[in-house]
Structure formats: C-alpha cells, structure tokens
Design a protein around this ligand. Structure first.
Ligand code: 3PG
Ligand code: MG
Length: 399
C-alpha cells in the first residue's frame, strides 16, 4: 500500500488530489446541522494540510448519515464545510452537488492550495449501489475530478462504495496519514498483542458484536461486557432483566459464549436502573441479579466499574468499543466515565475503537491524550479485528 509520504515525495504541486474523507460527524440530537463532535474532521486535517502546503488542489469528498441516494437537506455537508474551513484555517469551497454543475465549476476554479468539498456522496445512488456498473459510472465521474486519489476515510474502509472502492482502481491511489495510522494500530492489536490483553465491549446489540467476540475470544485474556448488550448475557445466565434491552434470539448464542469463555467473560455485578428511558427518570442501583420487573438497566453500577478497573490492572493491551450505558443522559454516564478513566490509568497500549466510544470520551471531557489511540472508525475497526477483508484497504493494496 502506497502512502501519503510517497505521494508527497513524488510531488503534488499543481496536481488535483481527490481525497475521500470520513466527515460523517454526529449532530446534536434533534438539531441537524449542529455538530456534536468534530473529531473526524480534525483527524483528517493533517493530510489535507500536507497536500495544500505541497501545492496540490484538493477535492474532498465524504458521506454523511444514510440518505437514500437522493438529495436530502437533513444530510447536507454544508455545516461540515463551515467547520472544516474554521479548523483548517483557510477557505473551503462547498459544492452544492456531488458531480453536477456546482461540483464541476468548483473543481474547474480550483487553484494550487485550494480546497473544495463536494456535497454528500450518498445523495447519488451510485455511491452505495450493489450493482458494479452503477457504482462504476459514479466512480468515473468522481475520478474525472482528480489526477490522483488519496483515501483517508478510515471509518468507511469497510464499505464497498464507489468513492471508497471503485475510484481507487481508476486513479493512482494512496493511503492518507489517518488510514495508515489506524491500520498500524489494528495490526498491533491483531498480530501478537502484548498480554494481558483486555477487551471492553459495550453498545446495545450483542448481534453487532458477535463476530468480534468470537474473534477476540481466542486472543483476549479478559472480555468485559457492559452497555445494553450485557442484559442478554445476564438473562442467558438465568437472571431476570426487567424491561432492559434484550435480544431474545441471541440467548442461546450468549449461553454458548459464556460456556466456552469461562471466567474470561466478565459481566457487570450491579446496574443503574430507571423507571423510564429519560434523563429525569427515577433511578436506583441494584445487583445485576436483582433487576426489578418493569425497570430498565441504563448503565453499569459502581461495583461493576470497580470490578472492571480491577480486571484492567496490569493489562498491557486494551481495546474498548461501545459505551457502558446511555452516557448522553447524565444519570447514566458514570459507568462509561469510570471505565474510560480506568483505561487512561493503564500502563500499556490502549485503544478506543470507534465513533460512539470516541465521541463519549470527548463528550465526558476525558483527556484524549491519555489513550494510546482513539480510532475514527467503529464498524471499520471491528471488522478488521474480526479478520474480515476490508474493501477500501483491498483497493489501496491493489497495484
Ligand atoms: C460510521 O459512522 O461508522 C462511518 O462513517 C460509516 O458509516 P456507515 O455505517 O453509514 O457506512
Ligand atoms: Mg457506523
């Protein structure tokens, strides 16, 4: 895989560089357009700045959310363009379409050092189509904008999409600095990680994490499980979970995992329960084995935080993906905060994997520098750890 440094060494002055970024940032709930966490914009700045400084004309493209192949104002990248320009400290021309007249004019007017951001790629059906020809036709139009292609959208490398997969085969292609760094970290987690290796998983669904649990069961010394998914495990152990999130269809799978993992899977011992899913709910902290009927668990409790902290002590490698509770609501943020803080104290290589957990770290005001690495890709890093081949990386590796 050729990287940004090689491209810079070749020289990009006067060349048009088409950069795929993952600017899919979360917006504040019920307030589309208000960016809740700009970590993904910040993460790609070094690549854009290096290209500009070297005299390239830069065309940046990204998706945002999951619009259905046609323009949808709810998912416009316009607010991202504004923030991007602020962070970059120089103007960004925002094109009001992906490959239409606005994009064509903006690209034609580009001068060395200039930056254009195209509108949300998923406003075009060609971006995500399963039909190679439909994707290919869109990729042709995108590729026409650039002389070379740089993929720095680590969060999207697991998607076989036009801008991630097909454009790469149409232009000389390079991995951006962010993609290179993310892959290096994932290699370190997969190939011979220093032990003890402790993995912490949260989030709502067991089904989303099943493949990674299977893959890590053979590698990790301990798997700590919190978040909404812990209730399916608790139920599989025979405990009542009240009105908590439950994936009935995963119970047998969880029983099997627990039987195979023995004491390597660690579950919460206490839970913060609420009478409703709301920040002003009535709450209580109860033993994980005694969740009252009608109540729902929305966070792990303090004893669980202590148990997880103990399990982390002495760890040499830590990977964490998924919040421990509904951290967006203050009464249910302590589990995620406590575990995040425990990870910052580990004397080893610590990695925060993914969108939500990374956003949680920043939203809770925890020092980002205290972690070894904070990934910009949730799905992408999980699929890498599952051992899957990622289309975006495959495309970059191809000659
Ligand atoms: C993400 O947020 O995980 C990436 O930006 C990919 O988005 P997607 O899951 O909608 O493809
Ligand atoms: Mg995602």
């Amino acid at each position: 895989m050729r990287g940004l440094d090689e491209l810079l060494a070749e020289g990009v002055s006067g060349r048009r560089v088409l950069v795929r970024a993952d600017l899919n940032v979360p917006f504040v709930k019920d307030s589309p357009g208000t960016i809740a966490d700009d970590g993904r914009i910040r993460a790609v700045l070094p690549t854009i700045t290096a290209l500009r400084d070297a005299g390239a004309s830069v065309i940046v493209m990204s998706h945002l959310g999951r619009p259905k192949g046609e323009p949808d104002p709810k998912y416009t990248l316009a607010p991202v363009a504004t923030r991007f320009a602020e962070l970059l400290g120089s103007p960004v021309t925002f094109a009001g379409d992906t490959v239409g007249p606005s994009a064509q004019d903006a690209v034609a007017a580009l001068t060395p050092g200039g930056v254009v951001l195209l509108e949300n790629l998923r406003f075009n059906v060609g971006e995500t189509s399963k039909d190679d020809a439909v994707r290919g036709a869109f990729a042709d139009q995108l590729a026409a904008f650039g002389d070379v292609y740089v993929d720095d959208a680590f969060g999207a490398v697991h998607r076989k999409h036009a801008s991630v997969y097909d454009v790469a085969s149409r232009l000389p292609h390079y991995a951006g600095g962010l993609v290179l760094r993310e892959v290096e970290v994932l290699k370190r987690l997969t190939e011979d990680p220093a032990t003890p290796y402790v993995v912490i998983l949260g989030g709502s669904k067991v089904s989303d994490k099943l493949a990674v649990i299977e893959a890590l069961l053979g590698k990790a010394d301990k798997l700590l499980i919190g978040g909404g998914m812990c209730f399916t495990f608790l139920k599989a152990q025979g405990h009542e979970v009240g009105a908590s999130l439950l994936q009935e269809e995963m119970l047998d799978t969880c029983r099997d995992l627990l039987a195979r993992a023995g004491d390597r899977i660690v579950l919460p011992t206490d839970v913060v329960v609420a009478d409703k899913f709301a920040g002003d709910a009535q709450t209580d902290t109860v033993a994980a084995t005694e969740i009252p009927a009608g109540w729902l668990g929305l966070d792990i409790g303090p004893a669980s935080v202590a148990l997880f902290t103990e399990a982390l002590s002495g760890a040499k490698t830590v990977f964490w993906n998924g919040p421990m509770g509904v951290f967006e609501l203050a009464p249910f943020a302590n589990g995620t905060r406590g575990v995040a803080e425990a990870i910052t104290k580990v004397d080893g290589f610590t990695v925060v994997g993914g969108g939500d957990s990374a956003a949680a770290v920043r939203a809770l005001g925890i020092d980002e520098a205290a972690f070894g690495h904070i990934s910009t890709g949730g799905g992408a890093s999980l699929e890498y750890l599952e051992g899957k081949s990622l289309p975006g990386l495959e495309a970059l590796e191809a000659a």
